[in-house]
Design a protein. Structure first.
Length: 94
Protein backbone atom coordinates (compact mmCIF):
# COMPACT_ATOMS: atom_id res chain seq x y z
CA UNK A 1 0.00 0.00 0.00
CA UNK A 2 1.46 3.37 -1.04
CA UNK A 3 1.81 6.04 1.62
CA UNK A 4 0.11 9.36 1.00
CA UNK A 5 2.52 12.29 0.78
CA UNK A 6 2.07 14.79 3.64
CA UNK A 7 0.62 18.19 2.78
CA UNK A 8 2.78 21.33 2.85
CA UNK A 9 1.19 22.21 6.21
CA UNK A 10 2.08 18.77 7.58
CA UNK A 11 5.67 19.15 6.34
CA UNK A 12 5.80 22.56 8.03
CA UNK A 13 4.71 20.93 11.29
CA UNK A 14 7.37 18.22 10.87
CA UNK A 15 9.98 20.99 10.40
CA UNK A 16 8.73 22.69 13.57
CA UNK A 17 8.84 19.47 15.59
CA UNK A 18 12.38 18.70 14.38
CA UNK A 19 13.57 22.22 15.27
CA UNK A 20 11.99 21.91 18.72
CA UNK A 21 13.69 18.55 19.28
CA UNK A 22 17.06 20.01 18.26
CA UNK A 23 16.56 22.94 20.67
CA UNK A 24 15.76 20.53 23.50
CA UNK A 25 18.78 18.37 22.67
CA UNK A 26 21.05 21.42 22.62
CA UNK A 27 19.68 22.54 26.02
CA UNK A 28 20.15 19.06 27.50
CA UNK A 29 23.75 18.78 26.31
CA UNK A 30 24.52 22.31 27.51
CA UNK A 31 23.06 21.58 30.96
CA UNK A 32 25.05 18.35 31.23
CA UNK A 33 28.32 20.10 30.37
CA UNK A 34 27.52 23.38 32.12
CA UNK A 35 27.91 25.51 29.01
CA UNK A 36 25.88 28.11 27.13
CA UNK A 37 23.56 26.29 24.68
CA UNK A 38 24.25 29.01 22.10
CA UNK A 39 27.86 27.83 21.87
CA UNK A 40 26.81 24.40 20.59
CA UNK A 41 26.80 24.11 16.82
CA UNK A 42 24.59 21.46 15.25
CA UNK A 43 23.64 20.60 11.71
CA UNK A 44 20.16 22.01 11.17
CA UNK A 45 18.85 19.13 9.01
CA UNK A 46 18.06 21.45 6.15
CA UNK A 47 16.11 24.11 8.00
CA UNK A 48 14.24 26.14 5.44
CA UNK A 49 14.71 23.47 2.77
CA UNK A 50 12.75 20.34 2.01
CA UNK A 51 11.90 18.11 4.96
CA UNK A 52 13.55 14.73 4.59
CA UNK A 53 13.37 11.74 6.92
CA UNK A 54 14.63 9.20 4.38
CA UNK A 55 15.07 6.34 4.05
CA UNK A 56 11.96 5.43 6.06
CA UNK A 57 10.12 8.67 6.69
CA UNK A 58 8.41 11.25 4.54
CA UNK A 59 10.45 13.26 2.07
CA UNK A 60 9.39 16.62 0.65
CA UNK A 61 11.84 16.59 -2.28
CA UNK A 62 10.41 16.60 -5.79
CA UNK A 63 12.95 15.13 -8.22
CA UNK A 64 11.88 16.99 -11.36
CA UNK A 65 14.34 19.89 -11.31
CA UNK A 66 17.07 20.73 -13.80
CA UNK A 67 20.02 18.43 -14.39
CA UNK A 68 23.04 18.86 -12.12
CA UNK A 69 26.45 18.01 -13.53
CA UNK A 70 29.85 17.72 -11.94
CA UNK A 71 33.10 16.31 -13.37
CA UNK A 72 32.06 12.69 -13.98
CA UNK A 73 28.55 12.84 -12.55
CA UNK A 74 25.08 13.85 -13.59
CA UNK A 75 21.96 13.92 -11.45
CA UNK A 76 18.43 15.28 -11.35
CA UNK A 77 17.67 17.93 -8.75
CA UNK A 78 14.78 18.79 -6.47
CA UNK A 79 12.65 21.52 -8.01
CA UNK A 80 11.76 22.79 -4.51
CA UNK A 81 15.25 23.25 -2.98
CA UNK A 82 17.79 22.45 -5.71
CA UNK A 83 19.47 19.52 -3.91
CA UNK A 84 21.00 17.01 -6.34
CA UNK A 85 19.41 13.57 -5.97
CA UNK A 86 22.85 11.93 -5.90
CA UNK A 87 23.80 13.70 -2.65
CA UNK A 88 20.42 12.88 -1.13
CA UNK A 89 20.83 9.22 -2.07
CA UNK A 90 24.37 9.01 -0.65
CA UNK A 91 23.22 10.57 2.62
CA UNK A 92 20.03 8.53 2.95
CA UNK A 93 21.05 5.08 1.71
CA UNK A 94 20.10 2.40 4.24
Amino acid sequence: MAHQRPTDAEFEELHRQRAESMTQLRASVAAKWGIDPNTIQMHDCGAGKCYCACPTGPCQHVWDGPEYTEENMSSVTCSRCGEPAIYHDMRCAP
